[in-house]
Ligand binder design. Structure first.
Ligand SMILES: Nc1ncnc2c1ncn2[C@@H]1O[C@H](COP(=O)(O)OP(=O)(O)O)[C@@H](O)[C@H]1O
Ligand SMILES: [Mg+2]
Length: 240
């Protein structure tokens, strides 16, 4: 198999809160239509990596979309390049209803070349529960509904790259399956996905590649099959 051109390229990336480094030379690349699950223990730096890519923490090192460096760009400019970031906090507007939240996620103007334009109707067909909640304020939705709304908003920006931080945290198993199916479908449509995840089983089921963070760097990067055999990585960097 030939190596696809990376959409996201992260190399020797450091990230800092105040002076303290949390990332110490991270490498990660993601191709279009590839879903990479980033695993690691709590506190290993997965959320920091997500924030670092979109410029929400101070970094040193390489971050690029296609060949364009993100180093001197503000977060809004990075988003404009076709990046959607769905944080752990889900970032929906609690006082606006579901429809208004979705409308605010829509990207004005034409999509970037070669990128699918998503419609609110697409999101509602994929997450039918949101259709019955269109007039409900975001703040009173269940955790699962909020997550679907956040993902729906993300995709309405017509991204090329989706960075999503623990989307199934606290969700019932049936909803975990729905979110996994949604991510798989986005990946199959050509979007590159970085999935920060804690649930090993879920990640193994949908990821094209598994990356494991430990000690501020990637301690493993390979296919799910290779990861299954990497007992030492699992023992040293994932099991409690
Ligand atoms: N805003 C912050 N200020 C200072 N330290 C932080 C902040 N956010 C996270 N950290 C620290 O950075 C490390 C990595 O955290 P995080 O990226 O949230 O890991 P993960 O998402 O893998 O659980 C942890 O030691 C955490 O305490
Ligand atoms: Mg986290």
């Amino acid at each position: 198999m030939s190596t696809p051109t990376p959409l996201l390229h992260v190399d020797r990336l450091w990230a800092f809160y105040d002076q303290a480094p949390v990332l110490r030379g991270v490498h990660l690349s993601v191709a279009p239509g590839e879903l990479v699950a980033v695993l690691g223990r709590n506190g290993s730096g997965r959320s920091t990596l997500a924030k670092a890519i979109v410029g929400l923490v101070r970094t040193e090192g390489t971050r690029a979309i296609d060949d364009q460096s993100l180093a001197s760009l503000d977060t809004f400019e990075i988003i404009r390049l076709g990046v959607a970031y769905v944080p752990e906090t889900r970032d929906i507007f609690p006082n606006l209803n579901v429809m208004q939240n979705l409308q605010l996620g829509q990207r004005p103007g034409a999509p970037l070349p070669g990128v699918r334009r998503w419609q609110i109707e697409d999101v509602l067909s994929l997450f039918p529960v949101l259709r019955s909640r269109l007039d409900t304020p975001g703040g009173v939705l269940s955790g699962g509904e909020q997550q679907m709304l956040a993902l729906g908003r993300g995709v309405l920006g017509n991204p090329r790259l989706l960075i999503v931080d623990e989307p199934t945290e606290g969700l019932a198993p049936q909803l975990v399956g729905q979110v996994a199916g949604f991510l798989r479908m986005l990946r199959d449509s050509g979007i590159g996905i970085v999935l920060m995840e804690q649930k090993l089983h879920m990640a193994m089921g949908i990821a094209d590649r598994i990356a494991v963070m430990g000690g501020g760097a990637m301690v493993f990067d390979g296919t799910p099959d290779r990861f299954r055999e990497a007992h030492e990585v699992q023992r040293n960097w994932l099991e409690v």
